[in-house]
Write a protein that binds this ligand. Sequence first.
Ligand SMILES: O=P(O)(O)OC[C@H]1O[C@H](O)[C@H](O)[C@@H](O)[C@@H]1O
Length: 557
Amino acid sequence: MNAEGRGRLDRMPQWQALARHREELGEVHLRELFAADPRRGERYGVRVGDLYLDYSRNLVTDETLRLLRELAEAAGVARLREAMFRGERINTTEDRAVLHTALRAPRDAVVEVDAGDGEGGENVVPAVHAVLDRMSAFAEAVRAGKWAGHTGLPIRSVVNIGIGGSDLGPAMAYEALRAYTDRELDVRFVSNVDGADLHEALQGLDPARTLFVVASKTFTTIETITNATSARDWLLAGLGAGREAVAKHFVALSTNAEAVAEFGIDTTNMFEFWDWVGGRYSYDSAIGLSLMIAIGPDRFREMLDGFRTVDEHFRTAPPEENAPLLLGLLGVWYGGFFGAQSHAVLPYSHYLSKFTAYLQQLDMESNGKSVDRQGEPVSWQTGPVVWGTPGTNGQHAYFQLLHQGTRLIPADLIGFARPVAGLEPALAAQHDLLMANLFAQGQALAFGKTEEEVRAEGVAEEQVPHRTFRGNRPTTTILASELTPSVLGQLVALYEHKVFVQGAVWDIDSFDQWGVELGKVLAKRIEPALTEGAEVEGLDTSTAALVARYRSLRGRD
Ligand SMILES: O=P(O)(O)OC[C@H]1O[C@H](O)[C@H](O)[C@@H](O)[C@@H]1O
């Protein structure tokens, strides 16, 4: 038994019941499941906010769903969910609360964070709104051209410098909400320590009119600090000014005031957040400042309302209608009992071109773990490889494998009833064709095309196997009215809580990320070997040979 009062997943009777059920189901085909229940398409649907989820094309029956819900109950998903919302320190390996849901709590809400001293915690909501208000005032000033740079000219370009959670969220949402952005403002994102990233981002920018937003929870991330230092050099050289110019051109988004001050950014130009916000859960905190400058505070708050709609649903909807619970359990089912290694997220929206990349961090950094909360190795699959690109592009690239390959790859198809507002009528008219593709793909993946159907088309016998589609490839369709700020918030919160549910069932800590540390430490050790030819103790022969070859190619040896 662990702290949640549950046993190991693989020994739970509910898990074993699912294993038996999986055997009984055998190779059942979605064609049979649909034939057996003429109402399946409507019955297997759930609504949350403006989102409608059709999960009928999953390899599940009423019995499967019942057993999965029983597993969730026995695994203590609801208990852990309450502990999260209540501010308990459920991130045990870092001894932190997990309170990103407080970032979208209404002004009058009370959310107390567990201070870890056994005393009642502090209500974090006033601080959340104080920062949101400061961000709003700053964003308005920049948008209105009232925030002047060192030479008195108004800011017209914003460069967000951050990586991981300090980049992917705001960059994804900026793309997603392009239609809502102020087109007069040029907003760019730099993340990679490859100098080419900053080099390209600075092209055509006027230092006198450029604002750098340095986003880093820890303010120690080497990529971000390196890029921010280079950006500062570029700014000061361009302006021909001294350090005093930094104040008007640099703001920081961080939890670490000391490091911000040390970098030379005035902490009055720092927007704060807290250690109970994980990096990959942070874009609705101060980390969203560049986005807020682009779309304006009102739209940003609409987005937060969207998040909150799904938070409330997740907390209160009964298990049968609980969308994040359902999505999470479907993934548990495929990973645990079908050996599915990956999960495709395929948004039929050009604006969601960075959505899957964002979800990669959210999902894979959260649930890419192989020991349980007690530190024992798991014997069950945890987080899948998450991948995908917008439809219809993927159809002309890798969908061949989805349709006829040997692997089972569950996929989410995400689409919108209306095109984004503001498209020229002729371009908006293309929307039906886009959505026809989404619906067609879900249909083809589920039902395929039988040999008989292929033969009936007069196809030569030797061609029949090549043209047959086995089908039975599961998809969940998420259909929303339109990609608005609120709907984006709803979508992100849906996936946040899906990831939570899976981590809870798998009994892993979804909120730490120790797996990224080793590479960082080694890179720091190896760098002097590249630059100065320094001896690095204990280098393996492969790395040593590569380092030597690198130095010789650079003409350093
Ligand atoms: O915001 P920062 O402290 O700069 O961290 C940026 C990113 O780097 C780390 O390596 C973590 O793996 C991420 O979770 C984090 O989002």
